[in-house]
Ligand binder design. Structure first.
Ligand code: SAM
Length: 406
């Protein structure tokens, strides 16, 4: 059987080379030491800049991804896992070298000496952007953007929060609301805080109990859906918020869960079938063209849970902070505006348009809504939901509820 370190190595190399999500790489993999594999993979991704700084300054040429990963994994074990002795870290690193990059054994050996001697970087102050970038392993532009949008203290605290393991939350089918405590610690009407055993629970396997972040749930359950409404969930896959809306009205509505990605809608169809939900159907749709697909005033409400930069969910997807660029954010802002403008035409008079993201930056959130309202005098903003990740342990989310008034 492949060793836990080799599995972590393969996942990390693939994720970095192909810019793919590590949760997708890890999906379905079974290994007796999965907890260690997860800790190593997520830890290396979360602390990549800090780890690279332990040895990059001593390298005289570019480092191949494979070698970089072996050294980062060694650095993570040394400085973040602590109980592993240096000789064991070294032996495992050299084993990986032998198998995957034998030409680099001498180099890795030399880098390991540096890694073992080095100490982790800590910022001197909030103005020390280079230090902050290394301490938190965030690209400097993200930290500067957060500092200017939310203040230096929040930027630092949220960056540190993003490097911690995420909590697990779930919600239940409306038939099971009275039994919340059977699944974990109840939080409110639908939600519970879970532990990992929930994924073995028969009610989870038969889709009567679902996993979703607590703030994602706040979005889904706080949409103003009413029984018998016709709703479009314009960017709906993998269907979490469509399900929450369906639960809120006891499966009495006509909810179209649309998405541009057919393969993601397949996941929704599987869930709907298992859970025997009747009020949700799926539709492939480019939501920037909603007004060409549906007539004006087609829906009582539209949820735009927009494609976004995902800077609120870095505990689950730490690779995002490694790859994302300011240009990506500008492109996303444009797509989000196109989706909102198109969907606005299909909302009925007195109907609602909810805009949500799982990111933190004002361009994709508050400013997006400001620009929308400037263009659409027929809409007002009824509310902007406050989310406090530090008190709930939930992801960074944004939600604005708009109403068509003329
Ligand atoms: C944040 S996710 C939605 C999560 C979903 N609402 C849930 O709660 O499970 C954003 C979705 O937008 C989809 N998407 C991206 N561009 C789109 C577009 N132009 N039209 C429709 N969907 C789009 C992506 O495929 C992705 O599934």
């Amino acid at each position: 059987m492949i060793s836990s370190r080799e599995l972590a190595y393969e996942v990390l190399v693939n994720a970095i080379k192909h810019r793919s999500y590590i949760n997708l790489q890890l999906k379905g993999i079974q290994h007796p030491d999965m907890a260690f594999v997860n800790a190593l993979v997520y830890g290396v991704m979360q602390h990549s800049l800090q780890l690279q700084h332990l040895f990059h300054p001593f390298a005289t040429k570019n480092i191949d991804v494979e070698i970089d990963v072996i050294c980062m994994m060694s650095g993570y074990q040394k400085h973040f896992m602590r109980q592993i002795p240096d000789y064991a870290i070294k032996a495992e690193a050299l084993k990986l070298c032998d198998k995957h990059v034998p030409y680099a054994k001498k180099f890795v050996n030399a880098m390991l000496e540096r890694i073992f001697e080095a100490t982790l970087t800590q910022a001197n102050s909030h103005e020390d952007i280079k230090g902050l970038s290394l301490e938190t392993s965030f690209q400097p532009w993200i930290l500067k953007m957060w500092q200017s949008h939310y203040g230096a203290e929040f930027a630092y605290d949220f960056a540190m929060f993003s490097n911690t393991p995420s909590d697990l939350f779930g919600f239940v089918h409306y038939d099971l609301k009275e039994n919340l405590k059977d699944y974990g610690e109840p939080i409110g009407e639908w939600a519970f805080k879970a532990d990992k055993s929930i994924i073995q629970h028969p009610d989870f396997l038969s889709k009567k109990v679902f996993i979703a972040d607590i703030h994602a749930q706040k979005v889904g359950f706080n949409t103003p859906i009413k029984p018998n409404d016709r709703i479009l969930d314009a960017c709906g896959a993998p269907g979490g918020k469509s399900l929450m809306m369906a639960m809120k009205v006891k499966d009495q509505a006509d909810i179209i869960c649309a998405d541009i990605a057919p393969h993601r809608l397949e996941l929704v169809n599987q869930t709907l079938k298992l859970a025997q939900i009747k009020s949700v159907t799926t539709q492939v749709l480019d939501a920037t063209l909603t007004h060409e697909f549906y007539p004006p005033n087609s829906f009582d409400g539209i949820l735009v849970d927009a494609p976004c930069s995902g800077l609120g969910v870095l505990r689950r997807k730490p690779e995002i902070k490694m790859f994302i660029t300011p240009q990506d954010i500008d492109n996303l802002v444009k797509t989000q505006a196109e989706i909102l403008n198109s969907c606005a035409l299909c909302v009925k008079l007195q109907g609602w348009l909810v805009y949500s993201t799982c990111t933190l930056n004002k361009k994709e959130n508050e400013k997006q809504i400001e620009s929308f309202l400037k263009l659409h005098e027929d809409f007002i903003c009824e509310s902007i939901m406050p989310f406090d990740s530090f008190s709930t342990g939930g992801d960074g989310f944004f939600m604005a509820t708009l109403r068509k008034i003329k």
